[in-house]
Design a protein around this ligand. Structure first.
Ligand code: SF4
Length: 402
């Protein structure tokens, strides 16, 4: 079984497809967002600052900034990506310098507490048998007084969280579980976030009951991941920053067609099908045979290419396949036995006159429980349903970002 970390679990929660790319297929992306690049350099400089304190060496602010700049220059690579228009690497370099300057002025000479560790590796178990193991590196652990431990996390993100957001944060709650396992005599654990861009410090704490709820929820999530056979893409605003966009089934078609010459672009099969479907939809030929044919061709194209969204310059079509059960029609074999079963179980009224669509839905949403569902399933045959919908693209829509 995998060892899990807060970021591994969060990746799965955010998007199972991204989790698969990263943690199962081990696909590394050559690109790195500049926000992440800048955050890493700031973290490294703060690590150096606190390591020096162990030997009573307090770096001056110019030394801190020189350390940051030297790391920036030595780590810089050609694949650092800037998403926000109009910003340059120097703009981000400056933001990092400002973060460190504000931090320095706020905490120098850094004697608020004893530092127990920086980039401290925690490894702990979620269950007594040691089956579900978690690990992670804490930015800094400190001890302001006997039997009290503060868990620090530096954030170089450009948004300020609410107190509710930090109170619901899982990452440091996991670290609290680890700290309590390693040092059970600890009387109090405080979770501390340093939002460096805003020069703000947030505090939060967790009750043992909330940690227990998180522990159980996490074990259930790990069990779900370990038994998952499919890892569907989950579109969200975070897709804009996803390093796997160019291979993701929701965006890959856009990237693959972006390099086509103008003369062949409109003729590309997927582009042509989406445009045809959009035109038919505009003509409101929704029940026409041609519409069905175009949808079928689009589904075949998507299956062959391994994509779920197909783009043209003006539209995109989403194609989904889901497992379903097809039941015998009114005059088919097996119909009578199915009706008898449903009447016996008192479910007949719910699908009156045996609406097989309603029956499929009742099974799909799991409302009838495992035992009855599997007995009803025996009367049907597995079937794949397809769903195709075409949407207009806005001018300059996010999908067009490369
Ligand atoms: S682009 Fe979005 S949907 Fe695709 S893998 Fe990344 S996070 Fe998931």
């Amino acid at each position: 079984m995998m060892t899990y970390s807060p970021s591994r679990l969060d990746t799965y929660r955010q998007c199972p497809q991204k989790f698969k790319f990263h943690y199962i297929d081990h696909l590394s992306s050559p690109t790195e967002g500049i926000e992440s690049f800048m955050g890493s350099r700031v973290h490294e400089t703060l690590e150096r600052l606190y390591c020096g304190l162990r030997y009573n060496k307090v770096l001056s602010l110019p030394e801190v900034l020189a350390d940051y700049k030297q790391r920036w220059e030595s780590e810089w690579h050609d694949h650092v990506q800037i998403i926000r228009e109009g910003l340059t690497p120097d703009d981000y370099l400056y933001v990092g310098e400002q973060c460190l300057t504000d931090y320095y002025h706020r905490y120098a000479p850094f004697n608020q507490s004893r530092t127990l560790g920086v980039e401290y590796p925690l490894r702990f178990s979620l269950d007594p048998s040691g089956k579900y193991v978690m690990q992670g590196n804490v930015d800094r652990l400190s001890q302001p007084k006997e039997d009290v431990i503060w868990i620090h996390d530096y954030k170089a993100k450009g948004f300020l969280p609410t107190q509710d957001t930090v109170d619901a944060d899982r990452q440091l709650a996991y670290y609290q579980m680890g700290v309590q396992q390693l040092w059970p005599q600890t009387k109090e654990v405080v979770l501390v976030w340093h939002y460096l861009i805003f020069d703000r410090e947030f505090h939060s704490s967790r009750t043992q009951a909330s940690l227990e709820a998180l522990r159980q929820e996490t074990i259930a999530l790990i069990q779900e991941i370990e038994s998952a056979t499919t890892f569907p893409p989950k579109q969200s605003s975070l897709c804009d920053w996803c390093e796997y966009r160019n291979i993701c089934p929701l965006f890959r078609h856009l990237y693959e067609t972006s390099t086509l010459p103008k003369s062949t672009y409109e003729k590309e099969e997927g582009v042509a099908l989406v445009n045809r479907l959009a035109a038919l939809q505009a003509e409101e030929v929704s029940l026409g045979i041609e519409m069905d044919k175009v949808k079928e061709a689009l589904c075949a194209y998507a299956a062959q290419k391994g994509v779920e969204t197909v783009f043209s310059k003006t539209h995109k079509a989403r194609i989904r396949t889901y497992d379903n059960t097809q039941f015998p029609g009114r005059n088919d074999n097996g119909r009578q036995a199915l009706e008898t079963l449903l009447k016996r179980e008192g479910k007949w009224e719910e699908v009156s006159s045996l609406n097989t669509v309603a029956l499929s839905k009742a099974l799909q949403n799991g409302a009838w429980g495992l035992e009855l569902s599997s007995e009803v399933q025996k009367h049907g045959t597995p079937h794949k349903s397809l769903w195709v919908k075409v949407f207009p693209l806005d001018e300059g829509a996010k999908e067009h970002r490369f």
